[in-house]
Design a protein around this ligand. Structure first.
Ligand code: UD1
Length: 438
């Protein structure tokens, strides 16, 4: 298995360019199934999850071409004019939960699909009941097989019919799946208590370019007037706000100075606010976001994860790594996922003093981190381990880094460019592994 070896090399300095957003690109790719015409998506990040989605689209008969232009920016062209299969691969769904994002487009386009259920994962049992609730309201019959590992979804003979759907929780995936399905439904669909993440807005922008009639994306009420047909479109994915926040924290934890280019400040407001509470200087400049962790004594703060525009759960673990290094006690409350403190044990192995009770973690600041053998217990926890390794005394060896490679493009290279001492080591006989995704 490949590993990352990280050593403290002092404060990070320099410029980093943010890649296209993983969580935006996956639904954008799924949306291309909705039309027979060619769609092109630019700014695709080079990530394992993107390749899983590419394999998924291909498995349905879509023609997918991935290309790089002169600037090195990847583009994906998809043409789904001949869908020959509506059965999702068990292997691909088990590798990446977001592959269930194809359900909405397949139902809208083909009237049915068969999907293996994604099952639980490291950060809690993650059901898809809200996706199914939405589909049922649009007229889909859900048939579970006896061992409940596969579901068949079938629409009315005349297709999907719009309705009012209230989500009990503003689930990102459920909002995206229902949004895509509703574009081709008869009549109007209203999603109430919808997720408001920037990735939802990006998806709605692509769908509207394809001829859909969507209003209100980015608010808690999205209104979709169904159309008969969608057409091809060209779109560029938004920058990754979680990668942006991770590099903001890299500057903060190493007390360095990093200019983050191709970042949208409005997408990382809670991170800017919380870093400022800790005394980190954050400036919005013409080129992006400038973070300076070197100016003052840094102090503790409390964080509570929430759906957007609240503090993102995906930055909870990297922020916690940072909080171990500042003065004072911090409380971290996780409200989005039921079991997202797996990184606490790993940080404690590095000398952190963090205790947990239910969904709260109590971080004792100013601890001296020391290098250890730790695991990337999920994608973002992997980033947290790298951040901790950047300031720990001695050598930090991070295993299970396939998690990191699912979601961070060229992470090692970008870190090295900023002065980090980090190496990806592959031992002889290693094979590439792909695992369940967030
Ligand atoms: C997406 C992101 C992930 C991020 C998460 C929350 C992608 C590919 N992944 O995941 O990085 O951490 O949003 O910001 O975009 N839930 C239900 N029933 C459902 C659906 C969700 O109970 O049908 C629960 C989940 O178990 C979880 C919470 O709702 O506790 C949030 O899940 P959701 O917003 O759906 O996250 P994902 O779309 O899976």
């Amino acid at each position: 298995m490949a590993k990352l070896i990280v050593e403290n090399n002092g404060p990070l300095h320099g410029i980093v360019e943010i890649s296209g957003a993983k969580n935006a690109v996956l639904p954008l790719m799924a949306a291309t199934l909705l039309t027979d015409e060619k769609c092109s998506i630019n700014g695709i990040p080079d990530l394992t999850d993107v390749f899983v989605m590419k394999d998924m689209l291909t498995s349905f008969g879509a023609k997918v071409k991935a290309e790089k232009d002169d600037n090195g920016i990847s583009r994906i062209d998809v043409q789904a004019d001949d869908i020959t299969n509506i059965r999702g691969s068990k292997e691909l769904v088990s590798e990446m939960r977001a592959s269930t994002m194809v359900m909405g487009p397949l139902l809208a386009k083909c009237g049915r699909c068969v999907m293996p259920l994604p099952g639980g994962c490291a950060i809690g049992s993650r059901p898809i009941d809200l996706h199914l609730k939405g589909f049922k309201a649009l007229g889909v019959t859900v048939i579970e097989n006896s061992d409940e590992s596969v579901i068949s979804l079938v629409t009315y003979a005349e297709g999907l019919k719009g309705d009012i759907i209230y989500l009990d929780f503003p689930s990102v995936g459920a909002t995206e799946n229902i949004l895509m399905a509703a574009t081709l439904a008869k009549g109007t669909t209203v999603i109430e208590n919808a997720a408001k993440e920037p990735e939802i807005v990006d998806l709605a922008n692509l769908l509207n370019k394809m001829g859909a009639k969507i209003k209100g994306a980015g608010t808690d009420t999205i209104r979709i007037t169904g159309v008969d047909k969608l057409h091809g479109a060209v779109h560029t994915v938004i920058p990754d706000r979680i990668e942006t926040a991770t590099f903001m924290l890299a500057a903060a934890i190493t007390r360095g100075k990093i200019l983050i280019k191709n970042a949208i400040p409005g997408h990382v407001r809670p991170i800017i606010a919380k870093l400022k509470e800790c005394n980190v200087d954050v400036e919005i400049v013409d080129e992006g976001i400038y973070v300076n962790g070197a100016n003052k004594e840094l102090v503790a703060t409390d964080i509570k994860t929430l759906p957007y525009p609240g503090f993102p759960t995906d930055i909870q673990s990297p922020f916690m790594a940072f909080l171990t290094t500042v003065d004072g006690e911090s409380k971290v409350k996780e409200t989005v996922f039921e079991n997202r403190f797996m990184h606490v044990n790993e940080l404690n192995r590095m000398g952190a003093k963090i205790s947990t009770r239910d969904r709260e973690a109590f971080v004792h600041g100013n601890t001296k981190l020391v290098g250890a053998k730790v695991r990337a217990t999920d994608l973002r926890a992997g980033a947290a381990m790298v951040l901790a390794g950047l300031v720990a005394e001695g050598v930090t060896e991070i295993s299970e880094i396939y998690h990191i490679e699912r979601g961070y493009e060229n992470f090692t290279k970008k870190m090295k460019n900023l002065g980090a001492k980090i190496e990806r080591v592959v031992e002889e006989g290693d094979k590439v592994e792909r695992h369940v995704g967030i």
